[in-house]
Design a protein around this ligand. Sequence first.
Ligand SMILES: Nc1ncnc2c1ncn2[C@@H]1O[C@H](COP(=O)(O)OP(=O)(O)OP(=O)(O)O)[C@@H](O)[C@H]1O
Length: 283
Amino acid sequence: MTDSTTTDETTVLPPVAPVHPGAAGPLAELQARDITAWFGDRKVLDRVSLTMPAGGITALIGPSGCGKSTFLRILNRMHELVPSARLAGEVLLDGQDVYDPDRRLIDARRAIGMVFQKPNPFPAMSIRENVLAGLRLTGTRASRSVKEELVESCLTKAGLWTEVRDRLDAPGGGLSGGQQQRLCIARSLAVKPRVLLMDEPCSALDPTSTRVIEETMLELAREVTIVIVTHNMQQAARVSSTCAFFLASHGTPGVIVEHGDTRAMFSSPRDQRTSDYVNGRFG
Ligand SMILES: Nc1ncnc2c1ncn2[C@@H]1O[C@H](COP(=O)(O)OP(=O)(O)OP(=O)(O)O)[C@@H](O)[C@H]1O
């Protein structure tokens, strides 16, 4: 068998649909219905339902430990990586069950990408290889020219191309923190996700890099639905169109107290607890 690390004209992997540069397809709506989640016997989310509109940026806000990251990880089936984790409920991507037993796990993760809190490029891999790493992991075939186009288009969409175009063979680990995070965004985009989940993507970054990532998100929302967990209320207000406020009071499982249009939630929240939280009175 040919070594799957070969870098010649095609990377030899199990055949799946070829990839082309460009958009992944029509914008997708993500819907969570009655999500309940446990770690062991401990219930951490209780019947959480939320529609994350196609082409929107949905911000998940709430105090530490209320289940935002757990909810996010349920959306692309990462929750099941934890041995003690269980869940009930449904996640629908454009009406299709992400947890359908006939659906391959890798397809769900490919359609719903994730960017983490701490930038995690493969440090020794070149910038180019980092962008293309997802193709290898998802077993996607592409010719060399398609790969080159993909590298440029993903780095452009991630707002990094002009900064790295002359050093694509340099290691990803040599970039600044903000650049590394944009490289991770480019890597996620290379497999054409329909949804991008971002778990506090700017919490390790300085204000300037944060601004650049926020601008990148606003651009990306034209072709991918975005869900972001953030502790930064200004950030939620700046980037999101829809917002959901999670709360787990006194050791009870997390629930959504209020959700809806971000501007309305920040200017005239319906629930006093939302008002207190968005105005920095707790959490
Ligand atoms: N791997 C795990 N094993 C056991 N319990 C966990 C695990 N991950 C999270 N929890 C628990 O689940 C609850 C929700 O955690 P989660 O990380 O989803 O909250 P969060 O709102 O994202 O918090 P933060 O804002 O601090 O990141 C917490 O009580 C946490 O301790």
